[in-house]
Ligand binder design. Sequence first.
Ligand code: TEU
Ligand code: CA
Length: 558
Amino acid sequence: MQKTWWKEAIVYQIYPRSFYDSNDDGIGDLPGIIEKLDHIQHLGVDVIWLGPVYDSPNDDNGYDIRDYYAIMQEFGTMADFDRLLAEVHQRGMKLIMDLVVNHSSDEHAWFVESRSSKTNDKRDFYIWKDSKDGHPPNNWPSFFGGNAWKYHPDTDQWYLHLFTEKQPDLNWENEALRNEVYQLMNWWLDKGIDGFRMDVISVISKRDFDDTPFEVFEETISNKYANGPRIEEFLTEMVEKTTSKYDVMTVGEGPGIDFDHALKYVDESKQRLNMIFHFDHMFMDHGPGGKFDPVPFDFIRFVEVFEQWDKLVEQGGWPAIFLGNHDFARIVSRFGNDQEYHEKSAKALAVLLLTLRGTTYIYQGDEIGMTNIKLPSILDYRDVETLNAYREVEGNGGDLRKFMEGVYAQGRDNARTPMQWSRAEHGGFSKTTPWLNSNPNHSRINVEDQEKDEESILHFYKKAVQLRKSNPTLVYGSFKVQEVAHKELFLYERKDEIENFLVAINFSSKKVSFQSQEKDYHLLMNNYPDLLTTDKVVHLRPWEACVFKEHQVEQSVI
Ligand code: TEU
Ligand code: CA
């Protein structure tokens, strides 16, 4: 296996709209990010993943791009971007951009031309089909509710939009379109960025537009939308014409992929992507009604997912380790315990993120344990996915109270509340009312307070980052789960020819004990002030997480 910087990197994801508002218009911006670079650098991370900052009408908060060569007015100017990139590089960090090329905005010049007439030379940049007996061309659903086709009366055809109606899918079958994409990628690469996170890259190759029998939406994504017939060809061509010419990193977003498909995207022996985000641990609590109909978290399945995906390494791939991002609930609320064990479970999740094999991705705010939020009314929600789903339930006369419970647990706005910098109004994010309410708990969960508290979640993240960076075994070492079927305990070994680590995480509010093996392990770090052992038995308290190392002479022994 090749060793390289992007395998050793720790990535920090910024959702620009919610990071820091430097000009008090209620919206985060690029100068705001520059003002807060010390915070990111002091975490010890290596790479920043910057969410979309291109010109956009914000139907899906920037994931609907109107001009790939311009910066969104609310976020600042291209000069601001250039300054941000220079500042990031000056601090020894790298910056990757969010590349959204499965679809554009319907306000993009390409689409304005494409929809103008059936004979326009850009018509085929998008996917247009005739009605079928007066109905949409087929029964495909959009990720964001309703049918995935929108009728355009002027040309009497429908266009495909797997996401919102303002996000028409680009037609990757069209070589001229693909070359336009490669050209814009090279334009940004020539500016000196260090790579891309590629939005929904798994769905760019479309299958026949026939009717699809589907039960659960997630099956549709994998059986119909993702892993299409030309995906490898498109990725190989893209990489060959763009990123292969630079020392950059690429991570695809892969809704609908599963382990067997992964090598289509990340086989190191072929020139494709470096990594791909899968969602096996992120969709597993989606109930029969989908994301907003959650079922209880299945911890054993959670462990099995990480165990399975680690095998990617033996097959020539490299895992992308994450527990949350701008599309999912806050990790301490979803996988931890944001009530009685808020601090302990936030730290336990940091241990998991930073001791697994693969590149670690930390989402803004998780480093201080930001939590989910229950906004007062649906009118306070901003996410198009939530609002569309609410209207669908309302339209069908469904149970809105039950639906809102699903939103409180799973909605994307949970992860998009403004970054909590201080106890000040709006969490110090802005001096004016932000685009999305700040979580009132910024009074007790914020950067400023945690910077002063050596025992804070923030300081724990810094220690866990340093632990990983000073122990290459935690990056490249083997990964072996010790207790596969345990209901609460995530116990695994990380080892190579030099070092041997044992990581024990109690994923519950109960006490859990385990017998350490015959080896002499010494405690390197944990999230309690001491360690409870009797002989070789370790007694973990609720959400206790420990990292042990063999042959560490000066630490306590188990
Ligand atoms: O998300 C793709 C995706 O699969 C989402 O539908 C996500 O999994 C879902 O919201 C979970 O409920 C990417 C971006 O990350 C997301 O922010 C965009 O809305 C989407 O693509 C369209 O660009
Ligand atoms: Ca602003």
